[in-house]
Design a binder for this molecule. Structure first.
Ligand code: ADP
Length: 252
């Protein structure tokens, strides 16, 4: 299986305090990778670096074989939802998605074409993204009338509307009720079945253990342990949970 993203030797400190330290992570095509760590472990920091929103102090990231810190072309193939998604409140869901596609066309059109991505402001893509995220009935409503869960789903719709090959989702279950969590899980599984690679973060083991193909535990600024799907699927039972919590709380 091809490697879609490879981060090697990342270092990042804020005010002299290290957050990422000898951080390495690679993802294979079509896999769902669960990045697990306590609050403040550095999950969002890594995702922001991956998206070019923060610069690491040291290290390298290859996205689809291109060095993302120097060339941003690879980002045309990426969709993301980082922290709480922010929107123009007076616009409706359809307008938010349309504006996002126009932005991608204007800003990344040339790169997108080079990378074979369709970013035309197509009504079909917008309808499909709203349908997949269960917002088909709410596309015409202003975002100011959306609940927390609907905002989270609109954030996801915005992340997938241009049909990216890699999805980066920071705590995507935040604000969702149990039905929403199940639907999100099914949607992400479906996308991964179509070959989309998904990196998602969480501080809750239960949120990732039934979804991820691999789980990486981020502690002490690095991935201190990775678990395969077989281990995640319950082989370890309660001992698995204890083991993961122990790793998450470890400081090296
Ligand atoms: P997580 O997503 O795992 O909860 P973060 O990456 O958000 O963790 O944060 C990791 C650490 O870096 C935290 O201690 C946080 O306070 C700090 N941090 C994150 N962003 C900044 C910033 N822009 N300036 C200073 N400190 C930051």
């Amino acid at each position: 299986m091809g490697v879609v993203m490879k981060a090697a030797g990342l270092e990042k400190a804020y005010g002299g305090i290290p957050v990422l330290n000898h951080f390495d992570l690679s993802m294979r095509a079509g896999e769902i990778y669960g990045l697990l760590g306590v609050n403040g472990a550095g999950k969002t920091t890594f995702m922001k670096i991956l998206l070019g929103l923060q610069r690491p102090d040291r290290g390298q990231i290859l996205l689809f074989g291109r060095e993302v810190l120097r060339e941003r072309e690879g980002l045309a193939l990426v969709g993301s939802m980082i922290e709480m998604p922010a929107f123009y409140e007076h616009l409706c869901g359809e307008e938010i998605l349309s504006m996002h596609l126009s932005y991608l066309n204007a800003y990344g059109g040339r790169h997108s074409a080079e990378m074979g991505v369709r970013t035309r402001a197509g009504q079909e893509e917008i309808r499909e993204a709203l349908r997949l995220t269960g917002l088909e009935g709410a596309g015409r409503k202003p975002v100011s009338q959306y609940s927390l869960g609907m905002r989270q789903r609109l954030g996801l719709a915005r992340a997938i509307v241009h049909r990216p090959k890699l999805l980066i989702l920071d705590e995507p279950m935040n604000g969702l009720d149990p039905v929403g969590i199940r639907k999100m899980r099914e949607l992400l599984k479906g996308l991964s079945g179509e070959g989309v690679s998904i990196l998602l973060s969480s501080h809750i083991l239960e949120e990732v253990r039934y979804m991820a193909d691999r789980i990486g535990v981020l502690s002490g600024g690095q991935i201190c342990r990775e678990f395969s799907v077989a281990e995640v699927a319950g082989e370890f039972g309660k001992a698995f949970e204890d083991c993961v919590i122990d790793l998450m709380e470890r400081r090296s």
